[in-house]
Design a binder for this molecule. Structure first.
Ligand code: ZN
Length: 496
């Protein structure tokens, strides 16, 4: 029997992704609504990584066979790789990982100890030649969009960098509503070395000791499991459980001495001599595929507002009210809110409300709303906010685009659209309606942000200051603040 929240079933029902035998097994495509979820997730990750000091790069999905011979993939990982393609005298391979490309980017010029730790990240495609029998949904795929990052650092910095990566993972899980089932220290299998794993006892011991330090410093319980390491080193795996109770690795942190050696990576130390950096590999949410599958199951399709494909659906009761419904949608779209009209052609109002049960905010437009140019906002769990609130918010100074930011899951934001009569009228949740899951650790910050406290700089008026000048100064100040808001929205995901 299929579990209640199987991501494959919900993915079909919500039209998030699909597959076609002609495209091939394990190669899902993303439908528009699924693409919105993935895009919001990617934006979130880039923000988180940027604020953690990562710089983003792009690198190609193909590489010469020689590249993977140097990295060790060809020797230890070939069974999982697609066969090479001959192009003239060259052989190119669909990449099985991003690490070798990032090592080459590091090596592109001489590096000084002053540049370390050098953190680079990429959301890039990689391919794995899984057998067709095991493929399905978004979790067993051949084409993977990997959320990858590499920190090149000194040996002394490695534990701190790996620890910071682990902390990023924990924060991301809290933001996304995902919980880790357990932490695993993945070690090579006894007697496997030389085949599946690089044969260098000293390297394994050193990296394993450092990862144990990282886990101890983070204060998380973990278990060591043999036979699950990467071929080049041990790793910390963050395990999650899917709706069917199957465990899988979502995130990972690794300390690697092997690839820097193989690629001859160097930096010039404070002593003027050449030294070998350490590579910390980390993935915050694994792949876009696996992360979205997990999110679908965790939220049962009712995504938090910032991830929801459609955030607001506007429903005119009858066709005559369509004009105002379209105007509301137009204004919402203009403010960056993902909104659409569900008109009477889609069935009765009850049927439309039911069809919109995964949409966080719903507006029903009746005769009164048209007359008052007002909206009546309702949440997907049946609660109603600020009945007939005036819609001055659409043109107000609070851009709805912040709804798209991860920390904006707060219904109060949208309800505060109108000033005045807000405050929820609580109703029993409708039968079968998904539970409101937008509660978010950052919600309280929003309320603070909304409160327009006059800034001390404005209040401080010099004695004898003429009113006209005071006014001008206020205007200047407002402009400055608006500029800062823009910069924040552009840079730090709407966080202030
Ligand atoms: Zn890597």
């Amino acid at each position: 029997m299929e579990p209640a929240y199987d991501h494959r079933r919900l993915g079909r029902e919500l039209e998030l992704f699909g597959t076609d035998p002609l495209m091939g097994a394990g190669l899902p495509y993303w439908l528009p609504d699924g693409a919105v979820v993935r895009h919001a997730l990617e934006e979130y990750l880039r923000d988180v990584e940027r604020s953690a000091g990562y710089r983003h790069v792009y690198s190609p999905v193909l590489g010469k066979r020689e590249l993977y011979e140097i990295s060790g993939h060809w020797e230890h990982y070939r069974d999982d790789m697609f066969p090479p393609m001959e192009v003239g005298a060259e052989e190119v391979v669909l990449r099985p990982s991003l690490c070798p490309h990032h090592a080459l980017i590091y090596r592109a010029r001489a590096r000084s100890y002053r540049e370390l730790p050098l953190r680079i990240a990429e959301l890039g495609a990689m391919y794995r030649a899984e057998l067709s029998g095991v493929l399905g949904g978004l979790t067993r795929v051949r084409g993977i969009q990997l959320n990858d990052g590499h920190v090149f650092c000194t040996g002394e910095q490695a534990v701190d960098e790996a620890g910071a990566a682990l902390e990023m993972i924990r924060r991301a899980y809290a933001d996304l509503g995902i919980s880790a089932a357990r932490y695993r220290l993945s070690l090579p299998g006894a007697g496997d070395k030389g085949g599946k794993y690089v044969d260098d006892e000293r390297l394994w011991r050193r990296a394993t000791a450092l990862l144990r330090d990282v886990l101890d410093a983070a204060g998380v319980a973990y278990e060591a499991v043999e036979g699950e390491a990467a071929f080049y080193g041990p790793k910390v795996d963050v395990q999650v459980v899917d709706a069917a109770g199957r465990e899988a690795t979502l995130s990972t942190v690794q300390i690697d001495f092997y690839q820097p050696e193989r690629f001859g990576l160097q930096y010039v130390g404070a002593d003027g001599g050449k030294h070998r950096p350490v590579m910390v590999h980390r993935s915050v949410i694994g792949s876009a595929e696996r992360a979205v599958a997990q999110l679908i199951e965790v939220h049962g399709g009712a995504f938090p507002v910032w991830l929801a494909p459609v955030q607001l659906v506007v429903m005119p009761v009858v066709e005559a009210q369509r004009g105002w419904a379209e105007e509301v949608v137009r204004r919402a779209l203009g403010r960056g809110v993902r909104a659409e009209v569900a008109g009477a052609e889609q069935g009765s109002l009850g049927a439309r409300i039911r069809a919109a049960r995964y949409v966080p905010y719903q507006v029903v437009v009746g005769e009164r709303e048209v007359q008052d140019e007002a909206v009546s906002l309702r949440l997907r769990d049946g609660r109603r906010w600020g009945a007939s609130a005036r819609t001055t918010w659409w043109t107000g100074s609070s851009p709805g685009s912040r709804l798209a930011a991860p920390r904006c899951g707060n219904p109060r934001r949208v309800a505060r659209v109108g000033r005045g009569r807000t405050g929820p009228v609580r109703r029993a949740p409708r039968e079968g309606a998904p539970r409101e899951r937008s509660a978010h650790p950052g919600d309280h910050r929003l309320r603070h942000r909304r409160r327009r406290r006059p800034c001390p700089a404005v209040r401080r008026t010099a004695p004898g200051d003429r009113p006209a000048r005071r006014h001008l100064r206020r205007r200047e100040h407002r402009r400055g603040r608006r500029r800062t808001e823009h910069a924040h929205r552009a840079g730090a995901g709407g966080r202030r």
